[in-house]
Design a protein around this ligand. Structure first.
Ligand SMILES: NC(=O)c1ccc[n+]([C@@H]2O[C@H](COP(=O)([O-])OP(=O)(O)OC[C@H]3O[C@@H](n4cnc5c(N)ncnc54)[C@H](O)[C@@H]3O)[C@@H](O)[C@H]2O)c1
Length: 275
């Protein structure tokens, strides 16, 4: 095994990726599989069954069709009891998970402050903070503490965690909350050897923001898309694979064993933009 493999390889690991059918989480799952981990994709299977998502990740990771190293688990992560059952199913098929990537999250709608919709606000906060963090993380924390597993949780923060983005009030509040809770949980769980960190993607084109960034008819950038590019020193959106290194680093107990409570921006310089 090479030095780099020994530092970043995850051959001994079982990873759960929630929102595993989603754009960023499924790409991150490919990285985990390529690093040698067994991977369970947890998701609602709304758009396609989780078994299909698992087949796709296997193909993209270059694993043989017969490989059982990637599985799909259908679960609503807003439900604690459903997460408990999904944990048991994962334990049975792959072994004890030691890494949790909380990939559930996202935004719905945008409006001026004067027009914000209370129901949408509530839904977005619940999606990112409950289904996307509190509920599954508690299930993992309990299981890991009981079994003495020094696991690693990785949350999805955002540029909105650091600075409110215009017109997405609930997303701003929720992602600031994800950053805050990443630090609070890191402190809470440190005595058990459990690490809690986050990755903060800048702007990546995904299912949820495509319509905000590109005009559907012309395919040209919208005014918002143009503004983002103008404020990203690299002058482009991110490629999903550019998240892989930060995630694998945070996941690896050998590379990041003394790292907890941090959020790593992968943003083409967006947070450093200045005149
Ligand atoms: N796309 C970006 O540019 C970007 C930037 C910063 C942060 N993020 C964050 O990264 C994460 C993933 O974003 P994405 O763009 O890939 O989104 P996505 O919508 O493609 O993926 C999220 C997945 O979560 C699933 N999901 C939602 N609620 C669920 C629930 N209760 N139980 C189980 N599964 C559920 C959805 O079905 C979807 O497959 C989110 O937290 C998002 O806020 C994305």
């Amino acid at each position: 095994m090479s030095f780099v493999e020994s530092l970043f390889g995850l051959q001994e690991s079982v990873v759960v990726v929630t929102g595993g059918g989603g754009a960023l989480p499924s790409s991150i799952a490919v990285a985990f599989a390529k690093a040698g981990a067994k991977v369970a994709l947890w998701g609602r299977g709304t758009h396609h069954p989780m078994t299909e998502a698992a087949e796709q990740v296997k193909r993209q990771a270059g694993l043989p069709e017969a490989s059982s190293a990637v599985v799909g688990v259908t679960v609503d992560t807003a439900s604690g009891s459903a997460c408990e059952a999904a944990f048991d199913a994962t334990l049975k098929s792959l072994g004890m998970p030691d890494i949790l990537l909380n990939g559930v999250g996202g935004n719905m709608g945008r409006s001026s402050f004067l027009d914000f919709d209370e129901k949408v606000f509530d839904d977005v906060v619940r999606l990112n903070l409950m289904a996307g963090l509190m509920v599954p993380s508690r299930v993992f924390a309990r299981r890991w503490i009981d079994a003495g597993v020094k696991g690693s949780m990785i949350n999805m923060t955002s540029m909105a965690s650091y600075k409110g983005l215009s017109a997405v009030w609930a997303y701003d509040a929720a992602k600031a909350g994800v950053l805050n809770l990443t630090q609070a949980l890191a402190k809470e769980l440190a005595s058990h050897g459990i690490r809690v960190n986050a990755v903060a993607p800048g702007f990546f084109v995904g299912n949820q923001n495509r319509a905000l960034l590109f005009d559907e008819k012309t395919g040209n950038l919208t005014a918002r898309g143009q503004a983002i590019i103008a404020r990203t020193p690299f002058g482009r959106f991110g490629e999903y694979e550019e998240l892989w290194g930060a995630v694998l680093y945070l996941a690896s107990p050998k590379a990041a064993g003394f790292v907890t409570g941090v959020s790593i921006p992968v943003d083409g310089g967006y947070l450093s933009d200045n005149i």
